[in-house]
Design a protein. Sequence first.
Length: 320
Amino acid sequence: MRPESTSVTYRPDLSVLSKEFEDQKAAGRFIANRAAPIIEVAEASGGYPIFNRESFKKPVSSGARASGGAYPRIIGDFGKGTYDCEDYGIEYPLDDRMKNKYKTLFDAERAAARIVTYQTLLAREIRVSALFSGGGFTANAATTVWSTSASAVPFSDIETGINTLSDNCGVGKGGVSLIIPRADLREMLSTTQVGDKSKYTMPGVQPAMLEAAQVAAMLGIKEVLVAGSSYDSTEEGYAESMSQIWATGTIYLCVLADEGDTIEEPSAARTALWTGDSPTLPVFESYREEHTRTDVIRERMDVDEFLQGATDLFVYAMTT
């Protein structure tokens, strides 16, 4: 939906710039778009299916149809959750004097769009991280803490998690995603088990230098999402204190839908995007404040993030 007020201008040019910045510069820091894939919805609030364990584990019948009888039937039974999209946005005022003072050095609008995009992604990352950490998942402990590099067996621990997920919902290795904080990845790559395996699977590559895609290939899984974003957790005016958004010490093996998948495709988490108010992600607008001699840049989205499956059905959480 384009702004109806004549004072507000829809800015697709800044939306394109923001998307380029997100894909090229911010993709390595923020994983929320993959951890909670976007599903477009036509209504601001509504219901969604919560898949239950019985749909995946209870066999309907192993016998043949009797002569003249009916075929076994699946009773369509799943839980129902509700989403309620909310309007999130950030504005950046650009003073006329500041723009004119520095116009030979940089484009103020483009710089503001990048800053606003970063802050929007940061806020979304915090929400999605809280969604997982507050999901009530069973905390499965690693065999040996990963900081004990000589005896820890992170690949074996992950294999246990993959097998558990497979038993719970039938997902194969190639359908599993791993969400892992940067510090936990570093500890994993420092273990003797990973070092020994990398000699044969990634010859010539130092374990500490392995990329996420290479680790995924070694594990035989869909993807490795490295959670490395941080933020200043203190209030304005206090000394800076940086905190990791995804808490160190917990990893998540999970089933995640791909972009464009329908709601029927199982996924641990989803983001409902209300297209009635946010036809694109992100939406950029600008408007004029004459009394302050500023042009205001705004980025917004109308979304709600939610967990889709029953507890532990599509997620295997592990403390490292």
